[in-house]
Structures are given as C-alpha cells and as structure tokens.
Design a protein around this ligand. Structure first.
Ligand code: FES
Length: 107
C-alpha cells in the first residue's frame, strides 16, 4: 500500500528549479524539468552525496561527488540497471503536489 505525502507549496520547485523536501525521515530532492516534477532520494547510491546539489542536464542529474549520472524518471544510472537511486511518483491533485511513497509493513 502506498501513501501520498503532501508537499508544501513553498517546497514545490518552480520551472527548471529544484528543492529539498523532508518526508517521514527521508530527505527528498524535487526537480521541475520543463514543467514535469520528479522526486528522488537526496542520497547518491554510490557514496551518499547530495543529488539535489548535482548538475542537471535535461532530466539527468550528475552527482557532484564522483560524476555518476542518473535518469530522474527511472532512478537508474544511465545506460544500466545496476545502480538506482530510489525515485517516487509525483501527483498533482487540484493544485496540490504529492509524493507517492511505498507503504511500510504492507507485506
Ligand atoms: S557519491 Fe555520487 S557518484 Fe560517488
């Protein structure tokens, strides 16, 4: 079961901007790429550097620590499925932005 976490309006990134958002103990990086919102963990799966601070090209974020590049839409390292940053669907309902997170203990 999943749950929707409401993102406060001031945390929703403007067009082509990014923002950090704390959700239930997770630090998430939100990106607005050409009007499309993406949410990923703000922790590189390589060694944990902030991805929100990375270099963005289109919907590809490059970690500023060692340069690995991840597709915001899938979370995967470019050209492989060997490494993935957790990513979350983003929904907009009546102007309210939600990040959809997998539920815990739903086994
Ligand atoms: S910590 Fe991100 S590439 Fe190494």
């Amino acid at each position: 079961m999943s749950r929707r976490i409401a993102v406060p309006a001031q945390k929703v990134p403007a067009l082509d901007k990014r923002a950090l958002f704390e959700a239930e103990g997770n630090s998430l990086a939100l990106f607005n790429v050409a009007g499309q919102l993406y949410a990923i963990d703000d922790s590189c799966p390589h060694q944990g550097a902030s991805l929100c601070a990375g270099r963005l090209e289109g919907r590809v974020i490059q970690c500023c620590a060692h340069g690995l590049r991840f597709d915001l839409s899938s979370g995967y390292l470019l050209n492989t499925t060997g490494l993935k940053v957790p990513n979350y669907p983003v929904e907009v309902v009546n102007g309210q932005v939600y990040v959809v997170m997998a539920g815990e203990g739903a086994a």
